[in-house]
Design a protein around this ligand. Structure first.
Ligand code: C2E
Ligand code: CA
Ligand code: CA
Length: 753
């Protein structure tokens, strides 16, 4: 290019020096020089290129020189801009190939190339070619100057301002990009499970943020409160890979160790020329720190981004720590640190799927009378006792077998059948446990399942073991019981019946029958007992002795019992309407019903809604029920009595009620169990239990009724013993409401005849 002098400003109004080109055009920085501000000059006038480079050549902003890129036509600029990058400023001539070639180029830069950051300064020789204001705004044209306006100093300030503005835009965009990268990194990290995966992810993402290959370690500072500031490597990458999962010692790499210590003490990131130390403040007194080697010094922007990244990640690290803690809590018993039920089921599933299945046995180990010991000696003592048991099981069996704690006082041993057997396990309870210098003798009951014979899941195996345990406990002091298939069948049958019962109740397959109760002397009916019946669609009857326990067990009894109560009350009202107004209705109440918090409300509502007179309603509760929780029962009976209904004790004589206790209960009637009625004819003994009950009733001022009277001999004896009332097949079988009405009117006819 021929040297020429191009005056950029001929106006003498300002005192700027005119720009003249001399023999030494400003040296342009080599393309791609790091840190140079790249300025592109697009002008078809070669002189403009030289004067501009000359005018700006020694401009140095923040220790970064300028680097010039030259294009001599709009079309050349187009081609160059496709590949050139990081152009900060474009000094663009408006008039080139066409009068508005520059403006078209601006549109191309912004809209097609989508270069939004670059600052554009339009220059034109003639003021008349000024672009429209709209174009300036729409295409983000930074400045517009006529060439004559651009004195050296003006050019200088214009370009400086443009570069500053470019820098700001870049910063904002960089940080926006960086932030979205951090958001992306955090989201990525959150999908990683476990502390180690997360920590590794932190190294990877931090490196990615800086465009580096992951190379470093991430450590947690163990127990800093105890003073032992040990660094433990949670993740490692690259050259540091071998350090994973061990303490990081100064001997491993003194530089790394010191830098990490420094970051922990200063509680901040530390940036070196070839490394960064990242500090992650942990919440629970544990901090995290990472060392990463890098291949270049970081920009200020990158440092700031890393700080955002670190505080973001610290929360995440804390959370995964928390989650793994929760995971621990979810799978391990907090007291004994043994696997809990959930974990045991996992182990069981694995065992069942594995090769050892046929030789494995599962045993539940239930401590006898632990609850009482706990109550008597306190929970702290109980915990120590449980710990002692856990310790003994673990130390004797833990090497080869799985020892778990699946409930308060229920432990579990799983493993080879040769070792998991009653003799081996129960032998561990022969020596007392020493707690606080006190010897405690414990015994245990076992429920065992041979996994080879089991065909369900781990959870099913545990259920089976539980069934066996219950059986062992019910057969007092059996010590242990092996689950057998027949027990399983029994249970499954019960479950099947439970579903059937629920359906039956919903489909009105259940109904109530009434068995009359009579006065033994007059042989006239005085009332009836409501008894539930279940007839399946194929006409079969299922005995209440079978389905009532299932209804109780499943809770169906709550609704079912209420329904019986209302049905019987309605029937009582119907009978009264038919003229049988001195008639009692006895209704059986199950223990489960009785204990239900809304039982009283249920009773009151039934009476109120059906308008049944309470003084003609009697509730039958069993003697075994009357024996439990005396205080609760006494209170409850008092409240029931307030509704006006009376109470009978069913199956009396089968339990062991003490006389004094009976006296405290507000009951009205004793019902002699059928077994004692059957017995009176057979027994050679002079006095029978029936006789004793009758006497007891008399002494306590209670009415007495005998149930299950099947023949005249029994009726005669009872009458002679002074039993006033009776119920049984001799007089009438349980019958439907309709039949009862007929029976009662026939009876009335018979009586009046
Ligand atoms: P339970 O309360 O002792 O009822 C008397 C049972 O003896 C009834 O059997 C009745 O049919 C039967 N029975 C009556 N007279 C004679 C007799 O002369 N000889 C013989 N061998 N048996 C006689 P059922 O109806 O099979 O009821 C069995 C048990 O089911 C009842 O014993 C009661 O505990 C329970 N149950 C029946 N209905 C209900 C109910 O609605 N609610 C509750 N909670 N339990 C009920
Ligand atoms: Ca009864
Ligand atoms: Ca009974």
């Amino acid at each position: 290019m021929p040297p020429s002098i191009t005056p950029l400003d001929q106006s003498k109004d300002d005192h700027d020096d005119l720009v003249f080109l001399d023999e030494h055009p400003a040296s342009t920085a080599a393309p791609g020089t790091r840190g140079a501000w790249r300025v592109m000059i697009i002008d078809d006038d070669e002189d403009v290129h030289s004067t501009t480079t000359f005018a700006l050549g020694n401009l140095d902003m923040q220790h970064r020189p300028l680097e010039f890129v030259h294009a001599y036509s709009a079309s050349q600029a187009r081609d160059m801009l496709k590949v050139e990058h990081e152009i900060a400023v474009i000094l663009l001539d408006v008039v080139m190939e066409q009068d508005d070639a520059g403006l078209h180029l601006v549109r191309y830069i912004r809209e097609t190339l989508k270069l939004a950051d670059v600052r554009i300064i339009l220059r034109t020789g003639q003021p008349g070619y000024a672009p429209e204001i709209d174009a300036i705004r729409d295409f983000d044209i930074n400045d517009y100057k006529t060439k004559s306006e651009l004195t050296r100093i003006k050019l200088f300030t214009t370009v400086t301002a443009a570069i500053r503005s470019y820098e700001q835009i870049r910063k904002i965009n960089d940080s926006r990009r960086g932030l979205s990268q951090i958001v992306h990194a955090s989201t990525e990290l959150m999908t990683l499970h476990g502390v180690h995966n997360f920590a590794t992810g932190v190294l990877t993402q931090a490196a990615e943020l800086l465009g580096q290959v992951p190379n470093g370690v991430l450590c947690v500072q163990e127990c800093p409160e105890a003073g032992c500031k040990e660094l433990h490597v949670m993740a490692s990458a690259g050259d540091y890979r071998h350090l994973l999962n061990q303490p990081l010692l100064p001997t491993d790499d003194v530089r790394v160790h010191e830098a990490m210590e420094a970051a922990l003490v200063q509680r901040r990131n530390i940036y070196g020329p070839d490394h960064v130390v990242l500090f992650f403040a942990g919440k629970a007194s544990r901090d995290f720190v990472a060392w990463m080697t890098i291949k270049r010094t970081l920009t200020e922007m990158e440092e700031r981004l890393l700080e955002v990244f670190c505080s973001n990640v610290a929360v995440g690290l804390d959370n995964v720590e928390l989650v793994s803690h929760l995971h621990n809590a979810a799978f391990y018993d907090q007291l004994s640190k043994l696997p809990n039920r959930t974990r045991l089921v996992e182990i069981l599933d694995a065992t069942l799927a594995g090769p050892g299945r046929d030789d494995a046995t599962l045993s539940l180990v239930d401590l006898d009378h632990f609850a009482e010991t706990n109550d008597a000696l306190g929970h702290q003592f109980g915990d120590l006792l449980l710990l002692a048991v856990a310790g003994r099981l673990q130390s004797h069996l833990g090497q080869q077998l799985t020892v778990a704690r699946i409930g308060g006082d229920i432990f579990c041993v799983l493993g080879d059948s040769a070792q998991v057997n009653p003799a081996m396990i129960l032998a561990l309870f022969q020596t007392p446990f020493s707690i606080d210098g006190q010897d405690v003798q414990l015994s245990a009951t076992l429920g065992l399942v041979r996994l080879g014979e089991h065909d369900g899941s781990g959870a099913d195996a545990l259920k089976d073991a539980d069934i066996a345990l219950k059986r062992a406990k019910s057969q007092q002091r059996a010590g242990h019981f092996y689950f057998s298939r027949s027990m399983g069948v029994e249970i499954r049958e019960r479950v099947r019946m439970m579903h059937a019962l629920r359906t039956a109740f919903g489909q009105n397959q259940l109904f109530v029958v009434y068995q009359p109760q009579i006065d033994l002397v007059t042989r006239r009916p005085v009332g009836a007992e409501a008894l539930l019946r279940w007839q399946t669609p194929d006409g079969k009857f299922i005995s209440p002795d079978r389905f009532i326990p299932i209804a109780e067990y499943s809770g169906i009894i709550i609704d079912l019992g209420e329904w019986v109560m209302r049905t019987a009350c309605r029937e009582l009202v119907a009978l009264r309407d038919a003229g049988h107004d001195n008639f009692m209705m006895s209704i059986n109440v199950s223990q489960v019903q009785f204990r239900h918090p809304y039982f009283l409300d249920m009773l009151r509502n039934a009476l109120e809604d059906t308008k049944a007179p309470p003084e003609f309603v009697e509730l039958e509760i069993t003697e075994s029920m009357a024996m439990e929780e005396p205080d609760m029962l006494i209170k409850m009976l008092g409240q029931i009595k307030q509704t006006g209904v009376s109470i009978a004790i069913d199956d009396f004589g089968t339990g062991f009620s003490s006389l004094s206790y009976l006296q405290r209960l507000q009951i009205d009637r004793l019902k002699i169990d059928r077994a004692f009625v059957t017995e009176i004819t057979g027994s050679a003994r002079g006095s029978s239990i029936a006789e004793m009950v009758i006497q007891l009733g008399r002494n306590l001022g209670l009415a007495v009724i005998a149930e299950g009277v099947e023949d005249e001999r029994q009726a005669g004896i009872l009458q002679n013993l002074g039993c006033p009332l009776a119920q049984g097949f001799l007089f009438a079988r349980p019958m439907t409401a309709e039949a009862l009405k007929g029976w009662l009117s026939n009876d009335a006819l018979a009586a009046s005849a």
